[in-house]
Design a protein around this ligand. Structure first.
Ligand SMILES: Cc1cc2nc3c(=O)[nH]c(=O)nc-3n(C[C@H](O)[C@H](O)[C@H](O)COP(=O)(O)OP(=O)(O)OC[C@H]3O[C@@H](n4cnc5c(N)ncnc54)[C@H](O)[C@@H]3O)c2cc1C
Length: 490
């Protein structure tokens, strides 16, 4: 069967791309392309002109050289679990899926390093080193399916990042194909290399600076013991006060997660973790030497009771602990059990603002008439309000979008952030101008232009506005209409 010619890509370009990746590495059939039309944020969709599935760094280089010469925009894609539309295809562009570059290339236990290709699944890194007593710390709830390349691009977090740090703490080196096809290396296996920290710049850049093709990760020694506690409170305010007290006492839990009543109901309906029904549930995990965590867990227990915990359970087995985590890690998807549609929001506030912000979310939810389930990494102040709505009811989707944007504004007003871990992508670029001053955004744009002068790499994402007609990359120059107060910029 001959492949249909994708609209917008000339046959000679397709032929050249095919010569780089082979027949099996180029998709152009409409039904194949549709698989790639969105990521985990399904309300944004676009069909790419073609999808490329390279198997090596050299093939990625070959693809990007063609894209650069022909001015074809491209979007890298890992597992497509992103929740901010980062892997959403761009008009007239191609998607480059890294799914076939899924090999663990090197395991160096004595130096605690692992080198992987970008398509390796997060949990497989731990799977590979567990027998030797090691683990890879960043643990997004999607870790059984998301890729390390996607984690790097989003600077992914997870429940255990409170103690161990986000992805950026664990990425030591990167091999990157720049948008013109050049191969560059940032960082390496050893620490504190001279020059700019370009690995740090690349992590969290959401696919806008090129494509990571090899990643050197730090792995960690598995702690001697792990203890997990569940504490039930009447409200998230009481549970939030317990979180503040635990951290103020100098205890650094491996994780502190919070769920409200609605998210407990959802988790219960989906995976039956057996949580107590309550207004605010805390899940506290401590790890380290056995004797030390036994003592710290007693203190955590006392601080929870002091703040009103009326039921405390300590997991008695690995099985029980796994079930507790299953409930928490399934919480986003579980909301589908209680609501036809929902928006997964991701914002950050200072931990101390938790009671005030939770009350305000509750007030807004009542005012708008939409339920909001809350699941969050309480230790980092990283909220995940899940705004429930029904697309079939006229006006509800718009009300849900407005409510979730208002929640992000509250995060900014509290000195927090519009994203803790899911990234800006397509969804939140409009909020960037609310969070950053123009010089901050302009500086970021200059970095982007240095890597990608033609703006081909995921070009429409992260930054708040399409560049105005005739506006070149670099420092922002206000449009005359803006200066006259006639047009507004987002
Ligand atoms: C149920 C569920 C739970 C989740 N929980 C969490 C969580 O706890 N913490 C968290 O941080 N996230 C979470 N996420 C979001 C998502 O899983 C993460 O953002 C993850 O890092 C995305 O990885 P991916 O491989 O799916 O990337 P994709 O969605 O395919 O891509 C994400 C971004 O990375 C870019 N990209 C991909 N590969 C490369 C590469 N090799 N080089 C350059 N850029 C690249 C893409 O262009 C895109 O901008 C969750 C998602 C779901 C569906």
């Amino acid at each position: 069967m001959t492949a249909a010619v994708a609209v917008g890509l000339e046959p000679r370009v397709l032929a050249e791309l095919r010569s780089v990746v082979g027949d099996r590495g180029l998709l152009t059939e409409p039904e194949d392309l549709r698989t790639y039309e969105c990521d985990g944020l399904t309300n944004f969709r676009a069909i790419p002109r073609a999808v490329l599935l390279p198997s090596s760094t050299e093939e990625v280089q070959g693809i990007l050289r063609v894209c650069y010469r022909e001015h074809i925009p491209f979007v890298a894609r890992g597992a497509g679990t992103g929740l901010s539309g980062g892997a959403l295809p761009v008009a007239d562009g191609v998607v480059i899926s890294l799914a076939r570059m899924n090999h663990i290339l090197e395991v160096d236990i004595p130096n605690q390093r692992v080198v992987v290709e970008p398509g390796v699944i997060n949990l497989d890194v731990t799977g590979r080193v567990a027998a030797q007593g090691y683990f890879y710390a960043p643990d997004p709830s999607s870790q059984s399916v998301c890729s390390i390349g996607g984690n790097v691009a989003e600077n992914a977090g997870g429940a255990h990042c409170l103690k161990y740090g986000f992805t950026t703490t664990h990425v030591l080196g990167l091999e990157v194909v720049l948008p013109d096809g050049t191969l560059a290396h940032f960082g390496g296996k050893t620490l504190d290399r001279p020059g700019y920290d370009l690995a740090g710049v690349f992590v969290g850049s959401e696919g806008t600076l090129g494509i990571a093709t090899k990643i050197t990760l730090r792995i960690m020694k598995r702690p001697q013991a792990v203890r997990t506690l569940l504490a039930a409170f009447n409200s998230t305010t009481e549970a939030g006060a317990a979180v503040s007290d635990i951290i103020a006492a100098g205890i650094v839990p491996a994780a502190i997660e919070m769920m409200d009543d609605l998210s407990i109901q959802a988790a219960e309906a989906a995976v039956h973790p057996g949580y107590p029904r309550c207004g605010g549930l805390l899940l506290v995990e401590l790890d380290g030497p056995e004797a030390e965590i036994a003592d710290l867990m007693d203190r955590v227990d006392a601080l929870c009771r002091k703040n009103g915990a009326w039921e405390i359970r300590l997991a008695q087995s690995d099985l029980e602990r796994a079930l507790i985590w299953k409930g928490r890690k399934s919480a986003f998807a579980a909301v589908g059990r209680i609501s036809t549609n929902y928006i997964v929001q991701d914002g950050v506030i200072p931990r101390t603002a938790l009671p005030e912000v939770m009350s305000e979310i509750e007030r807004l939810s009542t005012q708008v008439g939409l339920r909001v389930a809350n699941v969050f990494h309480a230790g980092d102040g990283n909220l995940h309000p899940l705004v429930c709505y029904d697309r079939g009811i006229p006006g509800q989707e718009a009300a849900a979008v407005a409510l979730s944007e208002r929640i992000l504004e509250i995060c900014i007003e509290q000195g927090g952030s519009i994203t803790g871990e899911h990234g800006v992508g397509e969804e939140k670029k409009i909020m960037m101008a609310k969070m950053f001053a123009e010089p901050d955004l302009a500086t970021m744009q200059r970095v982007r232009c240095a890597f990608d002068p033609l703006q081909l790499s995921n070009p429409t994402k992260v930054f708040p506005r399409p560049r105005l007609c005739g506006e070149g990359p670099g420092e922002y120059l206000p449009h005359p209409l803006e200066l006259q107060g006639i047009a507004e910029r987002f």
